[in-house]
Design a protein around this ligand. Structure first.
Ligand SMILES: Nc1ncnc2c1ncn2[C@@H]1O[C@H](COP(=O)(O)OP(=O)(O)O)[C@@H](O)[C@H]1O
Ligand SMILES: Nc1ccn([C@@H]2O[C@H](COP(=O)(O)OP(=O)(O)O)[C@@H](O)[C@H]2O)c(=O)n1
Length: 209
């Protein structure tokens, strides 16, 4: 089930969407199913955001990222998410992260990358592009449960405000805004269980192989 056929050499799946839409969950499951490598590109921006919170300027943080920065256990907090989204609007930050993402996408054996601009900017010739959505209410509910489950004290209202503020900033920025590529397939997970969303993604990818 996880064997990558030879035909997946250089095969890229781009999965974009707004905060907590389920793109990471789908990407991990798809990568496991097909034996592809997976890159959560949000982690790159979160690592930059975490350094900005510690006082570094965003551009130099992006230019000096090292692998250990990506395993910082605090990257999933709402404060880091907001700082990531602010840093992500800086064109020099985005430019500093392009080569790493494109090299990852070109890996032998296939790759799935999830983020905001994978289908539009990073991998415009990806063989499959999915745009994963859900209503803001559903997404905030899911993220609230996730954060509460991890012991973070927050409220649904705070999480909803965070998600909406990031969505607005991510969609409104001039450089690589969050939007579906013209050839992306939309997967609305609002009323889908995780298993159904994953199954839908797998069948869309199979159809493109
Ligand atoms: N279809 C779904 N139904 C219910 N919960 C989901 C679904 N997809 C994802 N989740 C949950 O919602 C939260 C956010 O999902 P995640 O994949 O991290 O989103 P994203 O990567 O888009 O931010 C996680 O706790 C995840 O388990
Ligand atoms: N390819 C990407 C990935 C993330 N980002 C930024 O990084 C922030 C955090 O991304 P994430 O994917 O970890 O966030 P969630 O969707 O998991 O909440 C986003 O709000 C975006 O501002 C981006 O601009 N481009």
């Amino acid at each position: 089930m996880t064997n990558a056929p030879v035909t997946t050499q250089g095969f890229t799946v781009a999965i974009d969407g707004p905060a907590a839409s389920g793109k990471g969950t789908i990407s991990r499951a798809v990568a496991e199913h097909f034996g592809f490598a997976h890159l959560d590109t949000g982690v790159l921006y979160r690592a930059v955001g975490a350094k900005v919170i510690l006082g570094q300027d965003a551009e130099s943080a992006a230019k000096t990222l090292v692998p250990e920065d990506l395993t910082n256990p605090d990257l999933r907090t709402p404060d880091v998410a907001q700082a990531a989204s602010m840093a992500a609007a800086v064109p020099e930050v985005r430019a500093a992260l392009v080569d790493f993402q494109r090299s990852f996408a070109a890996r032998a054996g296939g790759a799935v990358l999830d983020g905001r601009d994978i289908g539009t900017v990073i991998c415009p010739s990806a063989q499959v592009k999915l745009f994963v959505t859900a209503t803001a209410d559903v997404r905030a509910r899911r993220r609230f449960q996730e954060l509460s489950g991890n012991g973070l004290e927050t409220s649904f209202e705070e999480v909803l405000a965070d998600v909406q503020a990031r969505d607005a900033r991510d969609m409104g920025r001039a450089d690589a805004p969050l939007k579906p590529a013209h050839d992306a397939i939309e997967v609305d997970t609002s009323d889908m269980a995780i298993e159904d969303a994953v199954a839908a993604a797998i069948s869309l990818i199979k159809a493109a192989m």
